[in-house]
Structures are given as structure tokens and as C-alpha cells.
Design a protein around this ligand. Structure first.
Ligand code: PEP
Length: 231
């Protein structure tokens, strides 16, 4: 399997011009890089324009979250069906910043995962603790696990510039794999940069990465992708 690199732009940039520029710069450079799948997760408001700017490119798109209902009286929400209809393929669910600032609970995350699966989106479930897996995936049929990614994102490493030590990350990857009987793909997120990206893939055995801050810096993000495509 090609490593999956998921760029989480979070709540950046603040205008469409910059979003288009960032996307275009990444798209041009990614064209020549093989053996890696790149997913860009911009804020919802830019998705539609960037998708239309992406014709014939190898980049896929992801949402940074989604609601659990398809449509209706849910002010401010974006449904998985809306994302699917735009041409989005992936969706990040349960990111630690949403658990913290939007007070998303495991129960809400579980509903979101199920709704995303119903729309054939590929969920990228972010967890910090092993115990979250059971609650977040409760009732998800085993046959759906093949389209699911778990992102191990230790809280202390997200946005802090303090990446998780390789051995600790690897131990957690093995525990997740054991718990889910090797059925899911596991990626790492938390202060990923061009210096440590290859270590998480080659040494710690992850199948992809979820860079946040580094995905907003074109040169650094491309270095991450290149280092992983060669590992
Ligand atoms: C993230 O956005 O999930 C993340 C891990 O951010 P950062 O790479 O900035 O730590």
C-alpha cells in the first residue's frame, strides 16, 4: 500500500486566494512524486473551489469533520452526503481539537463514523488513547474496517512541536493493530516534519501521516511527501 499523507489545514488560511495558491503550489509539485497518496483537508468553505481546480490531478480531498445526519434542521453542520456529492473521499473524525473545543464525545464520534461509512467516505478516526477505539467504532461492521484509517495522535504532540518518540508511537501502533486484528490501516499525526516523517513510516511501521502545521508550508510539506515516497 502507498503511504497516505493527510494534510490537515485546520482553520487556515483566512482567504480563498491564499487557499488556491497553497493548493496550486502543492499540486504542481506532487505531480512528479510517485508511490504516495496525498489527501488535502481544507476548511469546508474552500473545498468546492479547490476540487474544481484539481481536474486530472492525483490529489484526493478530505473533510475535517462531518455531521451524522444527511440533511435537515442542523444549523451550521455539513453532512457526509454533502461531502460525497462534492467529490470528497475522506473525512477526519474525532480530531483532538474537535473533542476539546466542540466537546465531541465518543458517542457523537461513533455516529459520525457510521454516517460517513454509509456515504462511502473513508473515515480517518483520530485517537489518543486505546480505549477510545472501542467506543468510537462500536457497532461498525467488520467488513467496513478495510476503508477505515486510525490516526494515532498523542495529545502532547499535536501542534506542540514535540513529536512522539518513535518507540512509543510504534508500541501504540502494535497495540491498535492487535486490538483490531490487523484489519485497519494506522497512520501517525503529531508535529510531523520533514526530519521525522520517514522514521514513522520506515521504523515505526505506520502506513501514513497526518501533518497539520507542516502541511501549510509548501516546501516542508513536499519534503515530507518526498521522504516518504522514497522509504
Ligand atoms: C493535526 O492536525 O492533526 C496535527 C497533528 O497537527 P500538527 O502536525 O501541527 O501537530
Amino acid at each position: 500500500m502507498k503511504p497516505l499523507i493527510v494534510a490537515n489545514w485546520k482553520c487556515n488560511p483566512t482567504n480563498l486566494k491564499e487557499a488556491k495558491l497553497l493548493f496550486d503550489s502543492v499540486k504542481k509539485r506532487v505531480k512528479s512524486i510517485r508511490n504516495v497518496e496525498v489527501v488535502i483537508c481544507p476548511p469546508f468553505v474552500y473545498l468546492s473551489v479547490l476540487i474544481s481546480q484539481n481536474l486530472s490531478s492525483a490529489i484526493s480531498f478530505g473533510g475535517q469533520s462531518c455531521f451524522w445526519e444527511e440533511k435537515g434542521a442542523f444549523t451550521g453542520e455539513v453532512s457526509p452526503l454533502m461531502l460525497k456529492n462534492l467529490g470528497v473521499q475522506y473525512v477526519i473524525i474525532g480530531h483532538s481539537e474537535r473533542r476539546k473545543y466542540q466537546r465531541e464525545t465518543d458517542e457523537m464520534i461513533n455516529k459520525k463514523i457510521k454516517a460517513a461509512i454509509t456515504e462511502r467516505l473513508k473515515p480517518i478516526l483520530c485517537i489518543d488513547k486505546l480505549s477510545q477505539i472501542e467506543k468510537d467504532l462500536k457497532g461498525v461492521p467488520l467488513k467496513e474496517f478495510k476503508n477505515l484509517f486510525i490516526a494515532y495522535e498523542p495529545l502532547f504532540a499535536v501542534g506542540s512541536g514535540r513529536p512522539c518518540p518513535q518507540e512509543k508511537a510504534e508500541r501504540m501502533r502494535i497495540l491498535i493493530q492487535k486490538k483490531l486484528k490487523r484489519r485497519v490501516k494506522i497512520i501517525y499525526g503529531g508535529s510531523v516534519n520533514s526530519q521525522n516523517a520517514q522514521i514513522y513510516i520506515e521504523k515505526a511501521g505506520f502506513q501514513g501521516l497526518l501533518p497539520g502545521g507542516a502541511s501549510l508550508k509548501v516546501k516542508e510539506f513536499i519534503k515530507i511527501i518526498r521522504s516518504v515516497s522514497q522509504s
